[in-house]
Design a protein around this ligand. Sequence first.
Ligand code: NAD
Length: 451
Amino acid sequence: MTVYAAPGTTGALIEFKPRYEHFIGGEWVKPAEGAYFENISPVNGKPFTEVARGTAADIDAASSAACDHFRYFASLIRAQEGSFTQLDEDTVAYHFQEPLGVVGQIIPWNFPLLMAVWKLAPALAAGNAVVLKPAEQTPTSILVLVELIADLLPAGVLNVVNGFGVEAGKPLASSNRIRKIAFTGETTTGRLILQYASNNIIPSTVELGGKSPNIVFESVADRRDSFYDKALEGFSLFAFNQGEVCTCPSRSLIQKSIYDTFLDDAIERTKLAKQGNPLDTETQVGAQASNDQLEKILSYIDIGKQEGAKLLLGGERVDLGGDLSEGYYVAPTIFEGQNRMRLFQEEIFGPVVAVTSFRDYDDAISIANDTLYGLGAGVWSRNGNEAYRAGRDIQAGRVWVNNYHAYPAGAAFGGYKSSGIGRENNKQALDHYQQTKNLLVSYSENPLGFF
Ligand code: NAD
């Protein structure tokens, strides 16, 4: 077991500066209006650095820096091949993939580094320049990443403006100087982003919320073997990253015939998750990202109780004592109830799972699809045909079959229904950062003969 020293204390592996600026045009730049905001550590509820607070003027400065440089990167993707088709004896259609120009990217607070890199890699590879706005709760890890990679990119290709949603995010998404906006965050904010983008008629991809069903068919319990254990682990992954995952398997659907035994075993399995200091390598469930998020989760636990859902595990804030006493810790929580409850329909974004049973295949699919969302889903079955059919029948962009929470770069990721538009990862992500130029060429010497 290793407990890493907290940043800012003796022996810490990472040292944060007392203050971070915007990164614009290859320079660390002070905010136009001179304001800064504190970045609070969820580990102990105390500030650990402060960050520049961006506004429209900073977005404008970053857009200018980015404009000058996208042509440079455009030349770097010559390895990508276009296509041509001979349409008739004299006519050829050539297709070229071109970068869009300056693109805006808005990042959420959960997995800030991963979410930033998912967006940056295809945007830069496709030859665009980027203005990126981290979430106000979690700018610092992205700024440390920028410190590490700043000298790899020509100045101005990557620009970071820190700040809050309405002050910095809105001017970015509404700017007529960007050629695309990519957003990850809540569905309600995503709706606003699409409105801003429609004013300038620019493409937008939005990766939004989810309420993912995780279906356990009865064949899972045919044997108490390693696969059974894998399915129990799949259930307990609702607490992975403290449930702050857009694809959190937050609705568990278990077939009636195995409901009691599987759920009992799943509760025991979930109790094994070790909650503690996120800087301890043994910890599996750490702190929620912010006090706001902590309060939101606790209020949903109350809502669940009021709706008549039965609390089977957890359901409270955890005080880890000592220096961690003020940290934002919630016990992994299991409720039993009905799919029409708010607990089953609304995204909580915490370590809370709502469990219900289903009779047969059709019942399972109908409950799974009875949601506004369509981001992720899990299917557990020893019957290949059943697993395949369920995977195809569930309306979600990513269905994990006999696994959960894997995110390989080669697999397309994105939402159906209110969970979003567009795909991240896979070569499909590159398409979102390119436009197609068609050159339609006639090699005939003869006029059309119309006039
Ligand atoms: P959020 O919508 O509150 O904020 C996301 C980002 O948008 C932040 O940078 C914020 O500053 C900015 N923002 C807020 N209001 C804005 C406005 N009016 N104009 C422009 N920008 C604005 O979301 P969040 O709470 O940071 O993130 C959690 C949400 O993200 C959850 O709903 C989760 O499901 C979703 N999420 C989705 C995926 C996915 O790939 N589908 C991945 C991770 C998180």
